[in-house]
Ligand binder design. Structure first.
Ligand SMILES: CC(C)(COP(=O)(O)OP(=O)(O)OC[C@H]1O[C@@H](n2cnc3c(N)ncnc32)[C@H](O)[C@@H]1OP(=O)(O)O)[C@@H](O)C(=O)NCCC(=O)NCCS
Length: 250
């Protein structure tokens, strides 16, 4: 199966690589210049390559995108409506009030129940809501995975019902290391009762306890509940990422 497609236009380079739910795209000036006509041509060439490799959803994620990025993407048939934001805050944060009982995720025992809550809470999300056992297992196998930073509430035995979770991730490839709220959700049947706020604070307390001085996360800009929650917890905008998307069918 072809897993990578490359393109070159006047020294500038494009690359697309297969991910679990489609293709990620990247453009670089290389030895050339990445102006609108060149970017448009690179995107068109990558789309052709992806089509030849069987198709799928193509995503070009651009941090702090300009009108030039938007023009090139739109000319190449990409939709730029999806926007992510990276939000940051210093650590420590105040502890959850009242305190929240959590326990670490237990691989194997908690997979089914975690996937149920994840699917229900993210049913609207183009990538997160369609996670499978395979995808979860792949993340668990990553070197950064730490069950101690994957908090489930309540603190019942392994495999017991989950009302909400906060999965954190430590990025120690940057200096100083940064803690991420990687995925957080509350079972929709229990939403709106203060659990989400306490779960984020429990995740932040875990990261601060691990010695981190800074937290970050990504969320969809139009996720109103999440944006309101993070802003009220003192997160502020670091930068925006525009996700230019095109469904490439055969
Ligand atoms: C975001 C989420 C975790 C919030 O959990 P929750 O338990 O419902 O939230 P809480 O009851 O703790 O509310 C905390 C704050 O969130 C905001 N909020 C929660 N629901 C909201 C809604 N429907 N509309 C607007 N703001 C909302 C409010 O600011 C609220 O504070 P307030 O009660 O003082 O007004 C939950 O909605 C969820 O699981 N959503 C789906 C998954 C998701 O989007 N995760 C975040 C992705 S980065």
């Amino acid at each position: 199966m072809v897993s990578e497609v490359q393109a070159e236009v006047d020294g500038a380079q494009g690359r697309a690589w297969r991910e679990r739910h489609g293709w990620e795209l990247e453009l670089a000036a290389g030895r050339g210049r990445l102006d609108v006509p060149v970017a448009r041509e690179l995107l068109a060439a990558l789309v052709d390559g992806i089509r030849g490799a069987g198709g799928g959803v193509a995503r070009w994620r651009v941090p702090t995108a300009t009108t030039e990025h938007a023009r090139a993407a739109s000319d190449a048939g990409f939709d730029g409506r999806r926007r992510l934001v990276r939000l940051d805050r210093p650590l420590p944060a105040p502890p959850p009030e009242p305190a929240l009982a959590t326990r670490p995720f237990v691989p194997g025992a908690d997979d089914d129940e975690w996937l149920r809550v994840n699917r229900a809470a993210f049913h609207w999300h183009p990538e997160q809501g369609i996670w499978t056992h395979e995808e979860l297992r792949a993340r668990i196998a990553e070197p950064w995975f730490d069950p101690e930073g994957f908090l489930l509430h309540p603190d019942g035995p392994p495999g017991s019902p989950v009302h909400g979770f906060c999965w954190t991730k430590v990025h120690d490839d940057v200096d100083p290391a940064v803690g991420e709220i990687f995925v957080i959700a509350v079972d929709p049947e229990r939403a709106g009762s203060g659990l989400g706020r306490r779960l984020v604070l429990a995740g932040l307390a875990h990261l601060a306890g691990a010695g981190l001085g800074h937290a970050m996360l990504y969320t969809e800009r139009d996720n109103a509940p999440a944006m309101a929650l993070y802003e009220s917890l003192g997160f502020s905008l670091h930068h925006e990422v525009q996700v230019f998307t095109r469904d490439v069918t055969r």
